[in-house]
Design a protein around this ligand. Structure first.
Ligand code: MN
Length: 436
């Protein structure tokens, strides 16, 4: 009996305790939406507070004193429009006023000057073409094409490089937003056309190239050379070195060392820095080679690099040191005991995916933003000339390689303009030009 009573009371207790916990659960369940609401409300409040704190701590994008975006916007109004206005006036004079139905009275009948970008004769950046090369001294900078691919050992086509770069340059305005500069207003640029190269003869072409470059530099005008394969890297420097008693350093950006004495028994595009650093005023200790590496550096180049003690940075060096540091170290070596620095930019130094139109594409190179940063830093100290080589439009897609080459050039010019170093090195050309 007792046992039965105890068992019954146990069942009752269990049942009541079950009912109790069920009630609790139900109560809790009924309370949950309210509790949740409270929790959510407090979470939202905390998040708002955080957001406010974040906004408070971050620069206000609409405050002109904080972001570069706004500073750049405000800088635009400080650049004159004098040259542009002159271009419009001349366009109306030479191109005749536009049809009466056109409201914008700056538009002529015949396209003259920059606009429209798809029209006109394609000089580099629509800069004036100088028919008479003797007038090159009237300009700060002269663009010259070197349509030569006789030094190419694999994919040819760089003879069309100057055309490709000029064609896509029609896309650009002379104004750069972030830098707050306008090349048309702040420097003078001309296109002197192309060097008459001899397709089947490297040495004759070299002589023509050296003469052309020496002619331009001897007028105190900075040559910007549109290659062409990299074999032209020797005659361009030889031309510069021939019209100065001063020393020149070279910053050479490339995946390839290009310092063999010969390749296929000739001075091909794998050889320019062997011959350039043989010149009496171009010391190999002032040759800086950036981006070298991969599976395309011929072994005969290596012993020359070691023997001449050139300065070599691989992509891993760039990765580990960073672009700023590499640029700083490169400038230090290139300017050590020299009076000016020349930049030779091989477009294949950039990751192959971005530059399909080149002679020896190699994956793993610089990313475009890294390349542009490097070029800007190098050019900031001033250059006595520069070249962009190995653009091969027949292998290009949608002009992207030509576009990259164009960007390298205008970024270098832009950097020199914004740092006031455009004319810095042009005083070194103190020797009379004696043609080869
Ligand atoms: Mn190369």
């Amino acid at each position: 009996m007792n046992i039965a009573v105890t068992a019954a009371s146990q069942v009752q207790r269990r049942a009541s305790s079950w009912a109790l916990s069920r009630n609790n659960l139900l109560q809790l369940h009924r309370r949950r939406p309210a509790e949740l609401k409270a929790t959510t409300t407090s979470l939202i409040a905390a998040s708002n507070q955080l957001q406010q704190q974040k906004r408070f701590h971050h620069p206000d994008p609409f405050n002109p004193k904080t972001t570069k975006g706004w500073k750049a916007a405000l800088k635009e109004s400080t650049i004159p429009t004098t040259k542009f206005d002159q271009e419009i006036a001349q366009g109306l004079l030479h191109g005749l006023p536009g049809a009466s139905s056109i409201t914008d009275r700056t538009i002529p009948t015949f396209s003259r000057g920059e606009l429209p970008h798809f029209a006109g004769i394609n000089t580099f950046l629509k800069a004036p073409y100088i028919e008479d090369s003797r007038n090159v001294g009237d300009y700060d900078v002269a663009v010259v094409g070197v349509p030569f691919d006789g030094g190419c050992t694999y994919r040819a086509g760089t003879r069309f490089g100057p055309q490709g770069i000029r064609r896509i340059s029609a896309l650009y305005t002379p104004y750069n937003y972030e830098k707050g500069i306008d090349l048309r207003e702040q420097m003078t640029l001309c296109d002197i056309g192309d060097v008459f190269t001899i397709p089947a003869n490297i040495e004759k072409s070299f002589d023509q190239i050296s003469n052309a470059v020496a002619h331009i530099a001897s007028h105190g005008t900075m040559p910007i050379i549109l290659g062409g394969d990299h074999s032209i890297g020797f005659p361009t420097v030889r031309g510069l070195a021939s019209v100065t008693t001063k020393n020149i350093g070279i910053i050479h950006v490339d995946r390839h060392a290009d310092i063999q004495e010969k390749d296929l028994d000739e001075r091909m595009h794998t050889t320019p820095y062997f011959h350039a650093t043989n010149l009496p005023n171009v010391n190999p200790k002032n040759l800086v080679q950036i981006g070298i590496g991969g599976w395309q550096v011929p072994r005969p180049a290596v012993s020359n690099m070691i023997e001449r003690e050139t300065n070599i940075f691989t992509m891993d060096d760039i990765e580990e040191l960073g672009i700023d540091k590499v640029a700083e170290m490169a400038l230090e070596r290139a300017w050590d005991g020299t009076d000016a620095v020349y930049m030779s930019y091989d477009i294949d130094s950039i990751e192959a995916a971005f530059v399909p139109g080149t002679g020896w594409p190699e994956p793993g190179g610089l990313l475009p933003r890294e390349a542009l940063k490097l070029v800007g830093l190098v050019a900031a100290e001033g250059l006595c000339g520069m070249e962009v080589v190995e653009v091969s439009p027949p292998y290009d897609h949608a002009d992207i390689t030509s576009l990259m080459a164009l960007r390298i050039i205008v970024d270098a010019l832009g950097s020199m303009v914004s740092h006031g170093t455009l004319k810095k090195s042009m005083g070194i050309f103190d020797k009379e030009f004696v043609p080869i």
